[in-house]
Ligand binder design. Structure first.
Ligand code: S3P
Length: 443
């Protein structure tokens, strides 16, 4: 954890070039730690993200009884306590900034007849938890939460959990995952019906750890069922590079003239590639090579070359597959000819910050033409000089990194009020980008 905000600036860059690897996927990292903790025996995880969000999940799983150690080469060993055998933690589980870690862990705790208190930073304490708590209440979990179902809150799992069939009112992989993880503790079958498909890492990884999980496409959407009370067996997980982190160098290479970057070993799960589709529609030269299956997920290398971009309409149906990428798409749109309209993005209001408001304020501060509505954002590129502003990050890593990317292609430097937040998901972001030719400096 860091001691205070640090202002960081990014100046216009020459061409960005080279090969890079980005840190491990955040979604897969959280899930690997949790499922390995629920397995009986030893799992090895390589490529685990060492961002603060994932470190918080590791600390929580330790407090719940798993033994987690990191070797010098960064590989992680987890000795699981076993499903049903997690211990009541002596201390509150502090999830820092981590929405995914906290919400998935609520499902894990719910599957046990123990009480646990969840706390987090100012950003996480503002975020709605009712979306996860409501189905858990239906399963018999007791909850004591702050007004509006916010953190801090305490959960107590019942002695016998009721399996449910649940249709989340919002498209959310976190909600789906929390219900499926809780369902591990219930006798019988727990089902989630998803009107809009979201990332399926939980389902894939549960299968790899030995659970019986069925996914069926039906008229009402995807129906995902987990059979409760399995014995989870240990599994080795090799975490691929995070496409939501790769998004930053990808956009940087597109908008900084003369650039060419190759990103190795990036997760290409189709539920995560909406940004690549959108950038290609905008005229971006983004090519996938060396595509392969690795540990139950699709991965590949991404080669990006600077391109002339044009504005497009991004349909609401694509939102779930690029939900974390809209801030950096807004930066790509800043350098595109015409208007990029992003539809159906209401969920951005309840991320690490109100991302619609934070992006709009950042665009405003840097002279970029834009308009927002309740669930849409329109950005018009190339209308005048870009840059010169300082952006408020509101404890949001993706706001910080997006606007530092903007600075690389702007007319004047772009600053963010607090660069420390980038450690949430992308430790080493500035060094990696500077190694390719960017000039990000601490002020
Ligand atoms: C995540 C799901 C998404 C995403 C988050 C990671 C996950 O949230 O924004 O960064 O790992 O399940 P929602 O499921 O709430 O949309």
């Amino acid at each position: 954890m860091t001691s205070g905000p640090v202002k960081v600036a990014s100046a216009p860059a020459e061409a960005l070039r080279g090969e890079m690897r980005v840190p491990g996927d955040k979604s897969i990292s959280h899930r690997a730690l949790m499922l390995a903790s629920l397995a009986v025996g030893r799992s090895h995880i390589s490529g685990l993200l060492t961002g603060e969000d994932v470190l918080a999940t590791a600390a929580a799983m330790r407090a719940l009884g798993a033994t987690i150690t990191t070797a010098r080469d960064g590989s992680v060993t987890v000795d699981g306590a076993g499903l049903g055998a997690l211990a009541e933690p002596d201390v509150p589980l502090d999830f820092g900034n981590a929405g995914t870690g906290s919400r998935l862990a609520m499902g894990v705790v719910a599957a046990h007849p123990i009480a646990a208190t969840f706390v987090g930073d100012a950003s996480l304490s503002r975020r709605p938890m009712g979306r996860v708590l409501n189905p858990l209440r239906e399963m018999g979990v007791s909850v004591l939460a702050r007004e509006g179902d916010r953190l801090p809150l305490t959960l107590r799992g019942p002695l016998t959990l009721a399996p449910i069939r649940y249709k989340p009112p919002v498209a959310s992989a976190q909600v789906k995952s929390a219900v499926l993880l809780a369902g591990l503790g219930a006798p019988g079958e727990t089902t989630v019906v998803e009107a809009v498909a979201t990332r399926d890492h939980t389902e894939r990884m549960l299968r790899a750890f030995g659970a019986d999980v069925r996914s069926e496409a039906t008229d009402v959407g995807d129906v995902i069922t987990v059979v409760g009370q399995p014995t989870l067996r240990p599994c080795d997980v090799d975490v691929p590079g995070d496409p939501s982190s790769a998004a930053f160098p990808i956009v940087a290479a597109l908008i900084v003239p003369g650039s060419e970057l190759t990103l190795r070993n990036i997760l290409l799960n189709p539920a995560r590639t909406g940004l690549i589709t959108t950038l290609q529609e905008m005229g971006g030269d983004v090519a996938i090579t060396n595509e392969r299956d690795a540990g139950g997920e699709r991965v590949g290398d991404i080669v990006v070359r600077a391109s002339t971009l044009r504005g497009v309409t991004v349909p609401a149906e694509r939102a779930a597959s690029m939900i974390d990428e809209y801030p950096v798409l807004s930066v790509a749109a800043t350098f595109a000819e015409g208007t990029t309209l992003m539809q159906g993005v209401h969920e951005l209001r309840v991320k690490e910050s109100d991302r619609l408001a934070a992006v709009a304020a950042g665009l405003e501060a840097n002279g970029v033409a834009h308009e927002t509505g309740d669930d849409w954002l329109a950005v018009t590129g190339r209308t005048g000089e870009v840059g010169g502003g300082t952006v408020t990050t509101h404890l949001d890593h993706r706001i910080a990194m997006s606007f530092l990317i903007m600075g690389m292609a702007a007319d004047k430097p772009v600053s963010v009020d607090d660069g420390t937040v980038m450690a949430t998901s992308f430790p080493g972001f500035a060094d990696l980008m500077n190694g390719a030719g960017a000039s990000i400096v601490v002020l």
